[in-house]
Design a protein around this ligand. Structure first.
Ligand code: PEP
Ligand code: CO
Length: 461
């Protein structure tokens, strides 16, 4: 393929001429065209002014004035478009953000992996299972926007109609989130609604427990003071708003909702405020980078342990040639043991090239492991360890950790090992609900926020 040049013409369809690893193969082109036409005619899910506002907030995080918290399911399920899971996800994100405000003493930008996180990259295009003693191979599950999780040929066939169903569920989710946020989460500000039982668990060191308890006390004092100031004071001071994000993997979906808007220049991807490009699709000459170079949204890119400065700099040239503030978020996800080797060269290259980025750590995707019993999991210590090492690695290069990206749920699942609440290998099967990667449960998520807040607070001293 020719090397892409900056002056190449761009259109919402120009990605179609570019290489696309793991592209979904729809076998009914007419049905695909019908679904795309339908999506093109439907109203946008988000607006350009919300996107521009988020870009301004990201720019302020790049200057060190804010911190980004991004989290939610690995794969959002259409079946989970129900009030409890959505409200619980907002609740844990809100609680984590209050802990991080306490630790970092700066406002937190809350971004959910929700209202469209329906499309999944997989390491293999097919999955083989043994059924009745015979090996059966079918297409992998690529998320509810593409096919279904069941293991039958019908379930796994990519179905273009799911693009429209995904859009509708994203709209329903967003509608509920907007109403909850507008209505205020007043009760969630009360620490008595927080489940802090991991604080008393035996597996915490006395030093760690002391730190967490001190933080909880000052958090509770702060919240009480704000409550005393008046009903709306908490919202006003902490600015309860949420932005949406998802991996911009299915370019049929993204491009169908990409438009120009009156009185603004350029194109906006209006499926979400903050799309990201995954570690498997960040080739500067590939379809995803081609598509996202043309939209005005802030864009994040995941960087795995194999990412070198030689790969990163052309990517930044391509996605942000004008070095616009607020546009680029780089999410490292290298695994706890690779941080010291992989992260500093990237940070130096970005600094030497004079590039403006927000450094965010995803401590989940580089720490996957499989138990002897064949269950995909991640250990809390590796997750917390990657976050802390990344914080230090950035600081020692004169840069700053500007955010955290996690896979979590507000439910009491048993998918990741460890943490004060003590999920062991033995209890992993008790409530393992993710169809994809293992998520932190409510307590593990809150504990991770406490760990990070303690690191931030120490760094300020
Ligand atoms: C994800 O965020 O679920 C994911 C697949 O990430 P990555 O591209 O970093 O592997
Ligand atoms: Co994942």
């Amino acid at each position: 393929m020719d090397k892409p040049g900056q002056s190449d013409p761009w259109s919402p369809q120009s990605w179609q001429g570019r290489a696309q690893p793991l592209a979904v193969r729809y076998d009914d082109e007419k049905a695909l065209a019908r679904a795309v036409d339908r999506l093109r005619a439907l109203p946008p899910l988000v607006t350009s002014w919300e996107i521009e506002r988020l870009k301004g907030l990201v720019a302020s995080a790049q200057r060190g004035e804010r911190f980004l918290l991004q989290g939610g399911d690995c794969a959002e399920a259409l079946a989970d478009c129900r009030p409890e899971p959505i409200a619980n996800k907002l609740k844990i994100l809100l609680q984590m953000s209050l802990v991080l405000i306490q630790g970092g003493k700066k406002p937190v930008i809350r971004v959910g992996r929700f209202a469209g996180q329906y499309s999944k990259p997989r390491s293999s295009a097919t999955e083989t299972r043994t059924i009745d003693g015979r090996a059966v191979t079918l297409p992998s599950y690529f998320g509810d926007l593409v096919n279904r999780v069941g293991f039958t040929p019908e379930d796994r066939r990519p179905d273009p109609e799911l693009l429209v169903r995904g859009y509708k569920h994203a709209a329903l989710t967003l509608n509920f989130i907007r109403s909850l946020v507008e209505g205020g989460f007043a009760d969630l500000h009360h620490p008595e609604y927080w489940d802090l039982s991991f604080l008393s668990h035996a597996s915490l060191t006395p030093e760690r427990r002391g730190e967490y308890e001190a933080m909880t006390r000052s958090l509770a004092d702060g919240l009480r003071l704000m409550e005393a100031l008046g009903e709306k004071a908490v919202d006003d001071l902490t600015g309860v708003d949420f932005y949406t994000s998802h991996e911009g993997l299915n370019l049929w979906y993204e491009s169908a909702q990409t438009r120009t808007v009156p009185r603004r220049e350029g194109w906006y991807d209006l499926t979400t405020h903050l799309p990201w490009i995954g570690d498997r699709t960040r080739d500067p000459a590939g379809a995803h980078v081609e598509f996202f170079r043309g939209v005005r949204n802030p864009v994040a890119v995941k960087l795995g342990a194999g990412c070198t400065p030689d790969q990163l700099l052309p990517l930044l040239d391509r996605l942000n040639p004008g070095n616009e503030a607020g546009r680029m978020i780089l999410i490292t996800r290298v695994g706890a043991s690779a941080v010291d080797r992989a992260v500093p060269p990237l940070v130096r290259a970005v600094r030497d090239a004079g590039r403006t980025v927000l450094w965010v750590c995803d401590p989940m995707h580089g720490n996957g492991m499989t138990t002897a019993g064949g269950i995909k999991t991640r250990h809390f210590d590796a997750i917390a360890g990657e976050l802390e090492r990344t914080f230090d690695a950035l600081a020692s290069e004169g840069a700053r950790l500007g955010g955290v990206h996690v896979e979590l749920t507000g439910e009491d699942v048993t998918e990741c090992l460890g943490g004060g609440s003590g999920v062991t290998e033995h209890c992993l099967t008790r409530n393992y609900a993710s169809p994809c990667d293992p998520r932190l449960n409510y307590q593990q998520s809150l504990e991770l926020a406490f760990r990070l807040a303690a690191t931030m607070s120490k760094a300020r001293r």
